[in-house]
Design a protein around this ligand. Structure first.
Ligand SMILES: [Fe+2]
Length: 186
């Protein structure tokens, strides 16, 4: 399987925007924690998180929503990457038509939008960091639909598909992102 260093080189090759790279790193960290939680393969799950938005600066989401994810798989097809990672990348974008069957597919779908909610919740703290952020304050922000409106609440709530309560999912995600706070600059 492709190494993490090789994967990071690919990310840096295709994605220029710093915030996008941070989003992919955050998704990786949460997917790793979820893998640990479910006794699954952390490397494989982390890989799917780190790569899931690789085509974000190539595909126009608004013009061609169904291509987001499909293009990433096309870019990566000659790399040593397990099929389940490709399936997860396709499944994170509902517009591809890929259904969520496997646990990893359900998890990446729900993880994608929670990173944005947590970052936005951290940035409005006086300390502007993750260390001072608590689960209850993220939950409060979750309920305010105007706050970080881009973080789709229904998709985050789909954590029920992998039998996790929202507050547990938020707690796991916050902890995972706190563990890479230097990388995230938060
Ligand atoms: Fe994403």
């Amino acid at each position: 399987m492709i190494t993490r260093d090789q994967t990071l080189s690919l990310v840096n090759k295709y994605v220029q925007t710093n915030n996008s790279i941070k989003h992919m790193l955050a998704t990786e960290a949460i997917m790793r924690s979820l893998a640990k939680h479910f006794n699954e393969d952390e490397e494989v799950w982390g890989l799917s998180g780190l790569l899931h938005d690789l085509d974000m600066e190539i595909v126009d989401y608004h013009l061609d929503p169904a291509l987001h994810g499909v293009k990433t798989v096309e870019i990566l097809k000659s790399e040593d990457i397990p099929q389940i990672v490709f399936d997860a990348i396709l499944a994170h974008n509902e517009a591809t038509g890929k259904s969520r069957n496997e646990l990893i597919e359900k998890c990446i779908y729900s993880t994608d939008p929670i990173t944005g909610l947590i970052v936005a919740s951290a940035l409005i703290r006086p300390e502007r960091n993750l260390a001072s952020l608590e689960v209850k304050s993220i939950l409060k922000k979750f309920k305010n639909k105007q706050f970080a409106a881009g973080a789709n609440r229904d998709i985050i709530m789909s954590c029920s598909e992998f039998k996790m309560e929202l507050d547990d999912f938020i707690a796991l995600s916050l902890k995972a992102m706190q563990s890479i706070s230097d990388d995230l600059g938060l």
